[in-house]
Design a protein around this ligand. Structure first.
Ligand code: URA
Length: 424
């Protein structure tokens, strides 16, 4: 087969066959197809998209680029979760320990930052010593003994996604329904959980901004899950404003811990409890009401916090040593009024420019940089009020841009709705 013909076919908006998709994925994984060729194919997919059948074959080829994890030796129904990516989205760090503390094992494969959105693995690696590269045997053993584990794609498990993900991040090819669906579902199927909960972000800060397309993405992933015999549920949740108060790897881990201590942002806490309750009800096959109570109890009693600490320790992280930059400066308001919107993409790009994300595949992240917000939608601000604190290393963020990201008007606004719907 010829990769150039495959690229040209997709460029001309033609449907690819199962064999062509298999060839492209396998040849790229073993290095026969170059980064440049694969980037061209990814861009053609981004522009022309793939239909449901092509997306399924792409997912399948990615899963079969490595081996699947067998979790059958772990008792109980294993439930996994994945977010399609957002700004300040640290939900996994809160949801997974809540669910695990309630007795539902969580075996998770996560990703790194993608485009302007953050990634759980980068966040976890801001914890000194944290090891996101366990062997499959170590991963299974930890889920068995600790009740949760979170690792990156490896040379063994979805190696195709590991390579494609890193390439998409630096080639402007993140915003495609079929590429997101196959990337997420290949990890979820390969990780071996019995059931899957997806958090599909919609809004200006999400990879897929348009609501109808977000629903399409959710349905596509639910369908792939179904084809693999895995019950898959998708929440469609808001990404029109940053989630919680922080953006940036180390800062977000600290905020997740604060939330597990019971002192988190209300909106972030509510979303985490909703997702956790659904996962618990799926794992224990019990009512959502009962599961919600259990999730709240795990949070209130600090059992979830203890579980998070146990998990970090098991993966060799030092919870008392999380990277947060020492250099800071404050951004103050120059206008008066109610905050009616916060441009989360501007804030995320400022963090990325300071080094929280990659511009090149091999960039080394500055895990301590980021932005701590002091104001949210609905707050009244006066000239001179503190809007944000910026944590930087050598490159400083643009204070003017950060200030202008807080949009101010004369009428008090409510937050955007948190959850728009659920697709089962
Ligand atoms: N998360 C992933 O794992 N892949 C994507 O493409 C987007 C979010």
């Amino acid at each position: 087969m010829n990769i150039i013909e495959i690229i040209e076919k997709k460029k001309n908006n033609k449907k690819l066959t199962k064999e062509e998709i298999n060839y492209a994925v396998n040849a790229y994984t073993i290095g026969v197809v170059s980064d440049a060729q694969m980037a061209a194919l990814l861009m053609a997919i981004c522009i022309n998209e793939m239909d449901e059948e092509e997306t399924f074959y792409l997912t399948k080829a990615m899963i079969e680029s490595g081996r699947m994890i067998d979790l059958s030796s772990i008792p109980g129904i294993k439930v996994d979760k994945h977010s399609t990516g957002g700004v300040g989205d640290k939900t996994t760090l809160i949801v997974a320990p809540i669910v695990s503390a309630c007795g539902v094992p969580v075996a998770k494969l996560s990703g790194r930052g993608l485009g302007h959105t953050g990634g759980t693995i980068d966040k976890l690696e801001s914890i000194n010593g944290f090891d996101s590269d366990l062997t499959t045997e170590e991963f299974v053993k930890q889920v068995k003994e600790v009740g949760m584990a979170d690792v990156e794609q490896t040379e063994e498990i979805v190696p195709a996604d590991k390579k494609l993900y890193a390439l998409r991040d630096v080639t402007g090819t993140t915003e495609s329904i079929s590429l997101i669906a196959s990337s997420i579902m290949s990890k979820k199927i390969a990780a071996g959980a019995d059931k899957i909960l997806l958090d599909v972000k919609t809004g200006s800060g999400a990879l897929i901004t348009n609501f109808e397309d977000s629903v399409k993405l959710a349905k596509m992933m639910v369908e792939v899950g179904k084809r693999y015999g895995k019950k898959t549920v998708a929440f469609i949740t808001d990404m029109n404003e940053p989630l919680g108060m922080t953006i940036g790897n180390g800062l977000e881990v600290k905020e997740a811990i604060k939330t597990l201590e019971g002192n988190g942002d209300e909106r972030l806490t509510e979303l985490c409890l909703s997702l956790a309750a659904k996962m618990i009800s799926m794992g224990k096959e019990e009512s959502l009401e009962k599961a919600r109570k259990e999730a709240e109890d795990a949070l209130k009693s600090k059992r979830a916090l203890e579980k998070f600490k146990e998990f970090v320790k098991a993966q060799k992280g030092d919870i008392n040593n999380i990277k947060v930059s020492k250099n800071t400066f404050n951004v103050y308001a120059t206008r008066e009024g109610y905050v009616y919107d916060i441009d989360e993409v501007t804030l995320a790009l400022e963090c990325l420019n300071m080094g929280s994300g990659r511009k090149h595949k091999d960039d080394k992240l500055k895990l301590g940089v980021g932005i701590l917000k002091h104001k949210s939608i609905g707050d009244y601000i006066k000239v001179g009020d503190l809007l944000a604190t910026v944590y930087y290393e050598d490159v400083k963020a643009n204070a003017k841009k950060i200030e202008s990201a807080f949009m101010v008007g004369s009428k008090k606004q409510e937050h955007f709705p948190l959850i728009y719907g659920v697709i089962e």
